[in-house]
Design a protein around this ligand. Structure first.
Ligand code: GRF
Length: 192
């Protein structure tokens, strides 16, 4: 069966993007990564994508007068690549509502917390401060309201005595790299 065509949006390091690209290189994986777009010209993830022969594009939000105009440019580029699904992977811009509505059910995100706990930024620091003993990550559909769409997969990790932000973040990130490709597989196979 033909692989489903996936675009990834990044802003930085791109380790989740790399996990998706590597997963998609396996013959029986149901999706292929056809395009990586970064809004940040210097995003490190762009080099990794190029090294794996995945086409990349930079669409810098600073070049657009409005959130809508930026989203329209993303949309045009994604459609040009015949993208069927979008994965947000550390993409740090809020997307215009019409764009989110257009891609509803076809756009997913990874968030470093057990949603609905700790929406937004600095999730690991906030989890430590709250004194929770379990933390983790979530892959969810993207809805106009931030970090709020239906959940596809979650992975839980313990918060251990002596944890600080880097140790906890590393434990969670390992799980992110495991569940994001799994969630995209489910989406591409029509199982969610
Ligand atoms: C990850 O922790 C992801 O959950 C969050 O932003 C971070 C991006 O890291 N949305 P990377 O760019 O995928 O390495």
């Amino acid at each position: 069966m033909a692989k489903r065509r996936v675009g990834i949006l990044i802003s930085g390091r791109g380790s989740n993007m790399a996990a998706l690209i590597e997963a998609a290189r396996v013959t029986d994986y149901p999706a292929e990564i056809v395009l990586v777009i970064s809004n940040e010209p210097d995003a490190a993830g762009l080099n990794f994508a190029s090294s794996r022969d995945v086409p990349t594009a930079i669409i810098n939000h600073c070049d657009f007068a409005s959130r809508d105009a930026f989203a329209d440019a993303l949309d045009a580029k994604l459609r040009e690549a015949k993208t069927e699904f979008i994965c947000l992977a550390g993409f740090m811009r809020l997307l215009a509502t019409p764009f989110v509505e257009r891609w509803r059910g076809k756009m997913i995100n990874i968030h470093p917390s057990l949603l609905p706990a700790f929406k937004g930024l600095d999730t690991h620091a906030r989890a430590l401060e709250a004194g929770v003993n379990k933390h983790g990550c979530t892959v969810h559909f993207v809805e106009p309201e931030l970090d709020s769409g239906p959940i596809i997969l979650q992975a839980e990790v313990p918060v251990l005595p002596g944890d600080d932000e880097p140790t906890l973040a590393a434990r969670v990130l390992k799980e992110e790299h495991r569940i994001y490709p799994e969630a995209l597989r489910m989406l591409a196979e029509g199982k969610v």
